[in-house]
Write a protein that binds this ligand. Structure first.
Ligand code: NAD
Length: 295
């Protein structure tokens, strides 16, 4: 019977957060407390939980956070005006707009309105472009967290064949770019791929970011693959609901050498890297005179 290593995302996130906390303490000693502005539009319960978690983690590592809670029927011009204010505010180092936004708001326009130096989600085209050129920038948090876990399990990734299942702008595409930067051979599978399980069986590393509960099972894997499950899906069972990933954990465990659980795998890493990006943003701004209140 195969017994895979269960990759502990909570423990890894604690390591990253401890390092962030240490860096924040050093910055605070110089009078430079990092500050994250979080914008939440409407009352979506899941988004409220995400925002609350981010604010709580900020407090734990000593990052100041400012919440902007806007009504669901707000118009686009008002959201863009708030972003402009936050861009101009020298006390604010990072800006996070919680997605999804209500229908009347153009998400792409809001993302592109954020000053790329404060874009701690790494979604602005300037940061996306820098990532694809292999230049330093603010990189998206979830793929950065996946890379941290992969490096923990495998060390050097050079020459590994990585298959990314999903091509979204927030996970699949930046994930592929980071794996390429780490010298992997990268295949990206998506909804139009033909015979995805066969292609996936070639992989040393599988990243599942599909948004389909338990799609990827043992049939998609070769023996010894390392499996990172980004998916977060709530499924209904007899008398309750349960969170599952895009990987069928029980089935995949028959072949994987190492696998992330859901919950407790990639999820905690995303917030940890959001806070790391906030500190990185501050440091980047310090190199630009006048960009921070303490200069
Ligand atoms: P998305 O819906 O934007 O993209 C899904 C991708 O999967 C698409 O590119 C599509 O082409 C591909 N796809 C769909 N069906 C497929 C199939 N049968 N075979 C191969 N590819 C297929 O999703 P997303 O925003 O990238 O999120 C993916 C999952 O990750 C979701 O479950 C989401 O909740 C989760 N997520 C988790 C975190 C975290 O912090 N852990 C962060 C972001 C997203």
């Amino acid at each position: 019977m195969n017994t895979p290593r269960i990759i502990d995302g909570k423990a890894a996130a604690r390591e990253v957060l401890a390092a962030v906390k240490h860096e924040v303490e050093m910055l605070c000693a110089e009078g430079l407390q990092p500050c994250l502005a979080v914008v939440l539009v409407g009352n979506d319960p899941a988004s409220r939980v995400y925002v609350r978690n981010k604010v709580e983690r900020c407090a734990e590592v000593g990052i100041c956070s400012i919440e902007h809670l806007l009504p669901a029927d707000i118009d686009q011009a008002t959201v863009l005006a708030l972003i402009a204010d936050l861009n101009a505010d020298p006390r604010v180092n990072g800006i996070l707009v919680q997605m999804p936004l209500p229908k009347q708001i153009d998400e792409a326009a809001v993302i592109q309105a954020i000053d790329p130096r404060k874009d701690v989600d790494g979604f602005h085209r300037e940061n996306v472009g820098a990532l694809s050129l292999g230049q330093p920038a603010l990189y998206p948090c979830t793929p950065s967290g996946c890379m941290y876990l992969l490096n923990q399990v495998l060390g050097d990734l050079s020459g590994k064949h990585a298959v990314v299942v999903g091509r979204s702008n927030i996970v699949g595409k930046p994930m592929a770019a980071l794996l390429l930067q780490a010298n992997c051979t990268v295949t990206v599978l998506h909804s139009r791929s033909v015979d995805a399980p066969r292609l996936c069986r070639e992989a040393d590393i599988v990243i599942a970011a599909v948004g389909r509960p338990q799609l990827i099972n043992a049939d998609w894997l070769k023996e010894g693959a390392v499996v990172i499950d980004v998916g977060i899906n709530r499924i209904a069972e007899a008398d309750r609901t349960r969170l599952v990933g895009d990987v069928d954990f029980a089935s995949a465990s028959q072949k994987a050498a190492a696998i992330t659980p859901v919950p407790g795998g990639v999820g905690p890493m995303t917030i940890a890297f959001l806070l790391q990006n906030t500190v990185r943003a501050l440091r980047q701004q310090l190199s630009v005179p006048g960009a921070h209140h303490a200069l």
